[in-house]
Design a protein around this ligand. Sequence first.
Ligand code: SF4
Length: 445
Amino acid sequence: MKNSIQKVGFVSLGCPKAGSDSERILTQLRAEGYQISSSYEDSDLVVVNTCGFIDSAVQESLDAIGEALNKNGKVIVTGCLGAKKDVVTSAHPSVLAVTGPHAMEEVMTHVHAHLPKPHDPYTDLVPPQGIRLTPNHYAYLKISEGCNHRCSFCIIPSLRGDLVSRPIGEVMNEAEALVNAGVSEILVISQDTSAYGVDVKYRTGFWNGRPLKTHMTALSKALGELGVWVRLHYVYPYPHVDEVIPLMAEGAILPYLDVPFQHASPRILKLMKRPASSENNLTRIKAWRDVCPEIAIRSTFIVGFPGETEDDFQQLLDFMEEAQLDRVGAFTYSAVDGAKANELPDHVPEEVKQERLSRFMEVQERISAAKLQAKVGRIQTVLVDEITTDDSDNIIAIARTKADAPEIDGVVYLQDAEGLNPGDFVDVQILGADGHDLVGGPPED
Ligand code: SF4
């Protein structure tokens, strides 16, 4: 017989934005007195937060739902795949309920219907910063949901809807609670961080009684006062992005911009229907570096988009040589079910896509390696993520510089790391570099 504590199993799939949804649902479950169980068998019900972005993610989500049904039987589905309810219910007709993404209230309604709220909610057991899935020393801060753009390769707006900005006071309260709980780095995420506040006409909100505009610049300034690392992700190169670069130069926020350029040929950017596609990005990058020479720029690109000619691709390579970006991710175009780009003519043959991707990576790897090599000998402040041991049982730390976001960029390996702990900031000297990561040690006198 199960005991009287209601236990909920939770499976979280997908990107950091989905992870942030999971954290909210988990926090609410704990706030209402449910216990989070780590096994299907021991749970009274399972919530599966799904991803529906590409075919392999859909399959992974359907498999996870199937496993939860087999081992437990009572399953509520939420998340991006939940927006396509029929895909879920035709594969798994016995699920209890299906909701779309960012639907914490709806999920809780279904949980209440199938597993009544415990009588005595242990609200005092929930830490004020909520339940987080990331390590204790860094946290993602989601500032908005959805997106007003309609990039032709993307189905996120149809899954997550139009932009809805969270009130700035609420965002800042969450950030402050995270810092009070010991977080050393806040990573600002959304689908389009530069668009923060557009939907509410940059309405003025309040944080600790102080008026603040719902705008990326005001938010960055306020976050910069919290005394931790603040990193901006998914920033489109609109003119007002220039306003946050001085904050980076002053050290208020990290000198790091994650700008998903996706391509450099104006013709392809137009076919992609990219936001800010008419901006002269090379000029912008140069101006940013003039104001903040230390800035690290990360970006992602799609190679082999429908209609991409050799000439378009060459423009992309020329851009890479000129832009000298610090960190780059690249993918070949792959058709996402429901994306408008599938209807475009002149799809690029798979072998041409692969050949272009390897030429692209060759150029970028050379640039990234040279950029890392230029750091050798310099003193850098790093944030320790993990303490581990090497093959000879020496204690080493895995850390990151200001130029490296967790999970997507490189790391710094620190030898002789006794006494260091995750979340510590430490000044180190960079002793070596390979194509992706750095090795560091105590600064020489
Ligand atoms: S900006 Fe474009 S790629 Fe990003 S979520 Fe919006 S539609 Fe998708």
